[in-house]
Design a protein around this ligand. Structure first.
Ligand code: ZN
Length: 350
């Protein structure tokens, strides 16, 4: 059994606010004189009974956390800590998702909000060794014209490296808004060479995965895990090579599945889908990236070969230049070639 913290991997589904360390949230709240809701002080949603989990509670807590980010220094701190935490977990590449809309008022507009994040991403990449690229995400709760504005902004910073925009997403409550109305924004993003990486197939089932495939032509789906509910939809996902950014503890935190063992990743993989594990919003759900791989080992019974294959999926699904990816894949081979050691002490986690 090899140490999963040293398994080279990429992190493709992590939100800017949701990446925050609980201690940082507490520090920012204290600095700005804000009172945190009790559940945020207790750190995560998994403490809520399964029957009471759900999107609305999640959204309320997320908004309260976001309100603690009040200036440019806070924004930079979040990016740096996300990169540092990812680096410590073996992540070579983080594609961090941000909707600059919420932060625009803090720094004088959408453009500076995105530029602060990109600049911090460049600095954090150098400082930590984990390459941080950015996905600009529009919100389903806003007008589709706002999404187009964001897509045009994202297009101006398109690239494939650290501190560049690599993708365009669509986040927030999947049940809200009409997916087809966001197609124009995604056309703008794709024309600029950005990956299409909308959320879909978490709160809604396989039918909506089909709609997202038709309308937004995703390179990767945020979640997409419920494609497993319909063999035809899953076949389309596989045939089109659409990556699935599966976030097991987020699924459980939102009550989509009762336990991590119920998240149908083995079925997705057996069908030939490419799955990259992600943490989504560890501030609210608890576990960060490496614990998703630990769940794969304990919940789905994956051996080190299977875990290395998962890591390879995550790396090949990045938007990094292919020579960078080849180097990381060689590091995965080296991880697997090294002799396994005794399992690390299991740390008590909630
Ligand atoms: Zn997400």
């Amino acid at each position: 059994m090899r140490d999963l913290r040293t398994l080279p991997k990429a992190h493709l589904h992590l939100h800017f606010t949701g990446s925050m360390r609980p201690a940082t949230l507490a520090a920012l709240a204290a600095r700005h004189g804000l009172r945190l809701p009790e559940l945020l002080r207790e750190h995560h949603l998994l403490r809520v009974p399964a029957t009471e989990r759900g999107w609305f509670r999640f959204q309320r807590l997320y908004d309260a956390a976001r309100a603690c980010v009040r200036d440019e220094a806070d924004m930079r701190r979040l990016v740096h800590e996300a990169a540092a935490d990812d680096a410590a977990e073996g992540s070579r590449r983080l594609e961090l998702q941000v909707d600059p809309t919420s932060y625009a008022p803090l720094v004088g507009g959408l453009t500076p909000a995105l530029e602060v994040v990109l600049d911090a991403a460049r600095e954090a990449s150098t400082a930590t060794g984990c390459e941080v690229a950015v996905v600009v995400a529009a919100s389903r709760l806003r007008h589709p014209l706002d999404a187009r504005t964001l897509a045009r902004l994202a297009a101006r910073y398109a690239g494939d490296g650290a501190g560049e925009v690599v993708g365009f997403g669509l986040s927030n409550d999947e049940r809200r808004g009409r997916t087809e109305e966001f197609a124009a924004a995604f056309r703008i993003a794709r024309a600029a060479g950005l990956a299409s990486v909308p959320h879909g197939g978490e709160l809604l089932g396989a039918d909506h995965v089909g709609v997202v495939l038709d309308e937004l032509r995703p390179d990767r789906l945020g979640h997409g895990v419920r494609a497993a509910e319909d063999p035809d939809v899953l076949r389309r996902v596989v045939e089109q090579g659409t990556g699935l950014e599966v976030c097991p503890t987020s699924n459980v935190g939102l009550g989509v599945y009762a336990t991590v063992a119920d998240v149908p990743v083995p079925r997705l993989l057996a069908a030939g889908a490419r799955v990259a594990l992600g943490a989504d919003d560890p501030l609210l759900f608890g576990p960060r990236l490496v614990e998703q791989y630990e769940h794969a080992r304990t919940g789905w019974g994956m051996d080190d070969d299977a875990l290395a294959a998962l890591a390879r999926h995550s790396l090949t699904l990045t938007r990094a230049p292919r020579d960078r990816v080849a180097g990381w894949l060689a590091e995965v081979d080296a991880w697997l070639a090294a002799p396994p050691s005794a399992p690390p002490d299991p740390s008590p986690r909630g």
